[in-house]
Design a protein around this ligand. Structure first.
Ligand code: NAP
Length: 476
């Protein structure tokens, strides 16, 4: 809980992300008493609207995306909202914004605009004297298009702000279950001694979506699944699963360990990567139609196998996949433990691996599959049963997981960077990703078509089957 008042300026306050995520998240934190007077939300965009009109926009957004909304609370919340029209690429609005801000408050500037404007915002914030000791900026993804552009952006941001003031957001890290993954790993004695290549057969991470690229065709055609998802979200999940225990749950201690994971990643062999592109189905347009490019070589799906060259993980494969227009919306991490070295019950009893599943979407929760005796007659037959750690059930009413943006926005206000990416982490992730993408470009690699609402190209299934394994999640 913060007791200091803050001013959150949302650049791009009329955009899709603000409407669906940022505004409803802040309303929920307001309801939890975390937006004490004289805290304010200031929406800013080019659209010429009054503060009253913007409050109506916020009210609609909260009603649509904020769940159950109390009328009185919403009215109070709206009183703490203002709007300023401005231009990120010009001088309009900056002076008005400067006059509006209270030097006694924490200042958070949320860059919820296209990445082409990040540099303009940083430079103008500085030029107009808006950056105080207590100021911070929140930078949305994508953070760069490759290593060079990410470095250039880091250089610009770091020339105007201290690293401690820069919050590179990856909303996956704000998910309750992702933080719970750290609690489960480092708050229990049970798992950590087994958390290595000696006891773990392999780890898989799936982030599957049923939606297509929708209105983001122009951006996505240049990005693809590798840049849009793998380089950031899946890489961050991999880091949390594979990192060494940090000495403390503090920003640099955690981020140092995550960085070591990325740096330990081996280059990926081309035959350990499967790229796919969805075709039209069930009345939905195919990828190439959506990006309006009949020869598009951009992937909407990627699966790969990678290895970490370090003491803990040598020899353990990590299988990562993500894609759009797949048959289920399902994001999960599965840790598959090895077989017992010997079955005292004989081969007929059946053999099972323990599996720890961290489910991120659609519902959050953790299950551990354990092997028990099948009840009843028939001798010693073994079956798997899940030990269910679904938090809503275990912790009872009131244990609803807050949306990731709620947690992350309040972390920005509190000045806690633990769940945000540091400059060297982002650059290391690009340094791993870039050669893979360059390899495709050099070979003229074309993604394999896959039917929409399936589990992706067949090659992705074969990637595991060749190793005698199967994907969990959307196919399970
Ligand atoms: P969007 O819907 O296109 O909104 C862009 C916002 O920026 C609008 O409020 C727009 O309002 C404002 N804007 C554009 N040009 C401007 C300028 N020159 N000066 C001032 N304001 C300007 O985009 P979005 O989907 O909200 O995405 C925002 C950022 O979040 C992007 O970096 C995106 O990659 C990232 N992101 C979005 C999502 C998502 O779910 N939408 C998810 C993850 C990350 P005016 O036109 O009125 O100026």
């Amino acid at each position: 809980m913060t007791d200091k008042a803050f001013e959150l300026v949302v650049f791009g306050g009329t955009g899709d992300l603000a409407r669906r995520k940022i505004l409803p998240a802040l309303f929920k934190r307001f309801c939890a008493g975390q937006m004490p007077e004289p805290s304010r939300l200031i929406g800013a965009a080019r659209s010429d609207m009054s503060s009253a009109e913007y409050r109506r926009f916020v009210s609609d957004a909260v009603a649509e995306f904020g769940g159950a909304v109390g009328k009185d609370e919403l009215a109070q919340f709206l009183r703490q909202i203002t709007y300023v029209p401005f231009d990120a690429r010009g001088d309009a609005g900056w002076q008005e914004l400067a006059e509006m801000l209270d030097p006694a408050c924490i200042r958070a500037f949320y860059f919820s605009v296209g990445p082409g404007l990040f540099k303009d915002l940083a430079e103008r914030l500085h030029a107009h004297g808006l950056v105080t000791e207590d100021s911070r900026i929140v930078v949305e993804k994508p953070f760069g298009h490759d290593l060079d552009t990410a470095r250039a952006l880091n250089r610009v941001l770091c020339s105007h702000f201290d690293e401690r003031q820069i919050y590179r957001i990856d909303h996956y890290l704000g998910k309750e279950t992702v933080q719970n993954l750290m609690a489960v790993r480092f708050g229990n004695m049970l798992f950590e001694p087994l958390w290595n290549s000696q006891y773990i057969d392999h780890i898989q991470i799936t982030v599957a979506e049923t939606v297509g690229i929708g209105g983001r065709g122009a951006y996505y055609e240049k990005a693809g699944a590798m840049r849009d998802m793998m380089q950031n979200h899946l890489m961050q999940l991999l880091c949390l699963i594979a990192m060494e225990p940090p000495a403390k749950f503090e920003p640099d201690a955690v981020r140092d360990e995550k960085l070591k994971v990325i740096r330990a990643l081996d280059p990926v062999e081309p035959h350990h990567i499967v790229r796919g592109q969805y075709t039209q189905a069930d009345g939905c347009a195919g990828f190439r139609d959506e990006v309006d490019n009949p020869r598009s070589k951009t992937e909407s799906f990627i699966a790969l196998k990678c290895h970490l060259s370090n003491w803990r993980w040598a020899g353990t494969p990590f299988y990562l996949r993500t894609g759009k227009r797949l048959k289920n919306r399902d994001s999960q991490i599965t840790v598959v433990f090895k077989d017992t070295p010997h079955s005292i019950f004989g081969q007929d009893a059946g053999r099972h691996n323990n599996e720890l599943t961290i489910q991120l979407q659609p519902n959050e929760g953790i299950t551990l599959d354990v092997t028990i005796k099948k009840p009843g007659q028939g001798g010693m037959q073994l079956i798997d049963v899940p030990l269910d750690m679904s938090f809503a059930e275990a912790l009872g009413p009131g244990a609803d997981a807050p949306d990731a943006y709620e947690r992350l926005i309040m972390d920005v206000i509190r000045g806690n960077q633990t769940l945000f990416m540091r400059n060297d982490e982002v650059e290391a992730a690009w340094a791993w990703t870039d050669p893979i993408i360059r390899g495709w470009e050099a070979r003229g690699d074309v993604p394999k078509p896959y039917d929409a609402f399936t589990s992706g190209p067949d090659g992705a299934l074969q990637l595991l089957r060749r190793d005698g394994r199967e994907w969990r999640g959307i196919d399970g």
